[in-house]
Design a protein around this ligand. Sequence first.
Ligand code: AMP
Ligand code: GLY
Length: 426
Amino acid sequence: MRVLLVGSGGREHALALALNNSPSVTFLLVAPGNPGIAAIAPINPVSADDVGALVQLAVAQRIDLVVVGPEVALAAGLADALAQKTIACFGPTKAAAQLESSKAFTKTICEAKNIPTAGFATFTSADQAIAYLGTVKAPFVIKADGLAAGKGVVIAPDLQSAKVAIHEMVDGRFGGAGARLVIEEFMTGEEVSFFALCDGKRAVYLGSAQDHKRAFDGERGPNTGGMGAYSPTNHATPEFVQDIMARFIEPTLAAMEKLGMPFCGVLYAGLMLTPSGPKLVEYNARFGDPECQVLMARFEGDLAQLLMACAQGRLDAAPQFRLSDQTAALVVMAAQGYPEDPITGSEIRGEVGASAIQRGVLLHAGTRRDEDGKLRSAGGRVLNAIGLGPNLQAAVDTAYQVVDALDWPMGFHRRDIGWRELSRGG
Ligand code: AMP
Ligand code: GLY
């Protein structure tokens, strides 16, 4: 099978390793990739949102399956354009990707299917949104409706900061994404990222992970795309998995099919384990980053064949796979200034290559290799250190050994990945 993988993050580096290790894959091409990916597969500089050029590339390279990493490609309609050329695509159509690209859309599905989620109201005017604040209690959860790279959520402790956030969103801090905003009930509890592979009709549970959203240790600082992760999580017992599949994932798939937008790809439910049970924080229409990396570190099977079965609507005929009993932990190394204003161009020394996710490896995200052969930062989240081990403590220790072997003074990372689980005894 000839596979084109779209994206350039740590998520795609992990997917590239797993696809490369799939017996069914005869050729793997990645666009646009990154220097870590370039060490294991050919890369092509076409950007992830250039649908026309990606389709051309897929046709020219006689690609059998396109695997889409980032949401920008989905929202730009890559799956739709590939369907017109009858090229199989793992990733939803633009319409189905609304589960991620519109929070208001997802809320209507939750209402229709009784899927537990925070109470909410939707607004297009700042004045109406501010008037509504008077009717609910602080803290206020204010969300831009559209895509904002995981950064379109403000949790405002008081009325004053809520007003500022509303004005910023309506006045375009998030481009078009804030034109409509959602104000939600504030929920409390631990979060779990839950992943199901879907073929339009059927879904199969892939695995769960815990993300670490805040920039700094002790859950302080701004929300980010994710600063670290581990898998498995102790919450994901077989009963829990069955319950989430039955009450969240399957009704959502049924609703999407009925709307004429069958969902094919990975449905990522961000769940909060509240005192009154699990509730949906959000859906994403793609693998999580960094959660994907810890799932792929444990994945055993032919990933390409499995994703092809989803793309062809044939999950019933999918090959067997499992996640190993090992624990995987991941530490994100970000450029100073992330998430607001990361400083790029700083040199990173002491890097080691990754040919497979072994005990401890480094995955690339926002890196670039300059003509002088040096590795430099080129984005916000720059590198991922992964550790694998028989338990969380061992996995975390190995990940930090990878971090500490690196010489990158202009980067920062969290030192407390896995703290919740470890404080319960790991
Ligand atoms: P989202 O982009 O919707 O996943 O939100 C990002 C993060 O904001 C979540 O992972 C939560 O930590 C937090 N968050 C979002 N919605 C709520 C809510 N209703 N109550 C409390 N925290 C929330
Ligand atoms: N790690 C969170 C996300 O991928 O959205």
